[in-house]
Design a binder for this molecule. Sequence first.
Ligand SMILES: [Zn+2]
Ligand SMILES: [Zn+2]
Length: 278
Amino acid sequence: MEAILRFSVLSSGSSGNATYLEAGGRGLLVDAGFSCRRLRGLLGRIGREIIGVSAVLLTHGHADHTCGVRSLLREREVPVYAAPGVAEDVKGAALVGAGEALDLGGVSATFFEVPHDAPTYGVRLSDGERVSALATDLGEMGPGPLRFLRGADAVVLEANHDPDWLRRGPYSADLKRRVASARGHLSNEQAAEAACALAPHGLKDLVLAHLSETNNSPARACGTARKALKMAGHTGVRVRAAMAKHPTTWIEVGEPIESREYVYRYGEAGVQLFDLLE
Ligand SMILES: [Zn+2]
Ligand SMILES: [Zn+2]
């Protein structure tokens, strides 16, 4: 298999999270918020199998990111890596320090801290040439996380909610406060602002992730980011939204931008998929 860094966000949101990343035929899973059976189904939709998973990286201990680890390990003995405050709670997980480059055979992975209501980390992955980075489940984008996201060709970034929809939505006052807090979840506006900060540093693909099914929509999240990027004069970023239970198409990290057309792909069962947007 050619040495290319590529990934698909298999599913994203509070119902479960998993991203499959591949370099030189080696597969990595970032988060395992699904049972092995469901993971197999999601991988099948991008033409891959469980046997391809050679390591698992965990961003934090919340169930929507880790509940499938035990079922996966029963099926396949793969190393699981996590950073301090996360690794201790997952049986058999190897501890990796934040900011420490972990060599996974052709890909190096670095955890970096993000603010959330549990010890939580983003991940920066590089094959030495191309870089992708993931940060979901973060209350705000400070200079710390931004430093690790900067320079990435492809970024998976949380765009959890529209602040107005959250405010007027059905959540309890407590939950609304938690979600909107600096240790909660990133809003569309916060994600858009971060995208504008990353755009001048080589960002080509932005995948908005961990969208709330109650307080957001793919159109809303993508629209907010695209509008902000356009207003700031950054026209060369492909913006997509990752969905729950619908894997994104393969995203080849560092792929040059050719088309300037917006292409919307409409998925099955009336679900609007945003696969190719630029
Ligand atoms: Zn989550
Ligand atoms: Zn979380």
